[in-house]
Write a protein that binds this ligand. Structure first.
Ligand code: AMP
Ligand code: MG
Length: 353
């Protein structure tokens, strides 16, 4: 039986718990300024604490402009910068991206190398074949094995195409770069940089539940809720402090179920099929872009290999949920996580090796 499932646009993917309300603050320094907008297919919320409201709102509006600009520039399929580059390389022509996009491709190529190809933005053609390229449309059934094989055979890993010395991306018939696996993280990092430039030191930039928090809220550090991947609701609360990011990838964000199997938007570049084995991966890391790329990569790495790939990416704090609903954590992560789901099985601890 085929049944479509609506796209869960991840406002529910993880929730920020605010442990307490700020009780200090004077007339000219309001406790909290909040701005919400939709960008990159998700609800983005910028919350600034203990900063004059007018300046805080001005910064938040600039962040909205920043997100919308990046959304357009980095759309793999439209006529922005990335779309134009893709039109060239997929036709076999070399491309020389501008400095900003070149920086991103270089960083993605490095992440692809370190993750042993688990994170690789050259999955664009496969993402499109599976029908996950259009946020407004959810496919009903998988492509045929023959189609998957044909597209898979025309792919090439990003590190083999990117010439970092000359800043050239080699053309390769049928290859499309899709930065969706870490674009949101990059945007969140840039938003935080913008806040810092304006001397805003206490804030959260939350893009559909994936977020980076800086500073504090009053005298409390942050507690971040992580969604239970199947039941909804909150699986766990993660403590973060100072300046940290919490990102989650899961098979429940964009998916369809077909003949009792879940097919979703994270593709294993080795097989051409959506990943199997893990239903969600949560990563805590300093910068948002690495956290974002890492949780996508660890979904691909699966139940056996995620500790090794986390280590290779320099990630220390990881929580994964396997297909049986069991929670596994990297050693040390358990000290920062409270499991809130009372029915959950005991947590399995893994060494990162
Ligand atoms: P995320 O939700 O951060 O895990 O990113 C998923 C998005 O990244 C998908 O919608 C694709 O656009 C893209 N993607 C899918 N599979 C991969 C992969 N193996 N490596 C890099 N990006 C991917
Ligand atoms: Mg990601």
């Amino acid at each position: 039986m085929t049944h479509n499932s609506r796209r869960i646009s991840c406002a529910a993917a993880s929730l920020v718990f605010l442990a307490t309300f700020v009780v200090t603050g004077c007339d000219r320094t309001p406790a909290e300024t909040r701005h919400r907008f939709t960008a990159m297919g998700t609800l983005v919320e910028v919350t600034v604490f203990d900063h004059p409201a007018e300046a805080a709102m001005e910064a938040a509006l600039e962040i909205e402009t920043l997100f919308l600009d990046l959304e357009y520039r980095w759309d793999p399929w439209a006529d922005g910068e990335l779309g134009a580059m893709n039109a060239a390389i997929s036709a076999g022509e070399d491309a020389r991206p501008g400095p900003d996009l070149a920086g991103l491709i270089g960083r993605a190529s490095e992440l692809a190398r370190r993750s042993d190809g688990m994170f690789d933005p050259t999955v664009g053609a496969l993402v499109r074949l599976w029908g996950f390229d259009d946020a407004d449309r959810i496919p009903e059934r998988p492509p045929s094995p023959g189609e998957i094989r044909r597209v898979l055979d025309s792919q090439a890993p990003l590190p083999t195409l990117w010439d970092a010395v000359d800043g050239i991306l080699r053309g390769h018939q049928g290859v499309t770069v899709d930065l969706g696996g870490f674009a949101k993280g990059i945007a969140v990092d840039r938003a935080v940089a913008l806040l810092r430039e304006r001397a805003i030191d206490n804030a959260i930039v939350n893009a559909g539940g994936d977020l980076r928090a800086i500073g504090r809220r009053g005298d409390r550090s942050w507690k971040i809720g992580v969604r239970a991947p199947r039941e909804g609701g909150i699986l766990a609360a993660v403590d973060i402090s100072g300046d940290e990011s919490v990102f989650t990838s899961g098979d429940y964000e964009r998916f369809f179920d077909y003949r009792d199997r879940r097919f979703h938007h994270i593709i294993d570049p080795r097989t051409g099929y959506p990943t199997l084995g893990l239903v969600s991966v949560t990563v805590v890391h300093d910068d948002a872009a690495t956290a974002d790329a890492a949780c996508t990569a660890l979904m691909v790495a699966g139940p056996e290999r995620w500790p090794a790939v986390a280590k290779a990416l320099g990630i220390r704090h990881v929580m994964v949920v396997d297909a049986d609903g069991r929670v596994h954590m990297a050693r040390g992560t358990e000290a920062r996580v409270t499991i809130l789901d009372e029915g959950a099985l005991p947590v399995a601890i893994r060494e990162l090796q």
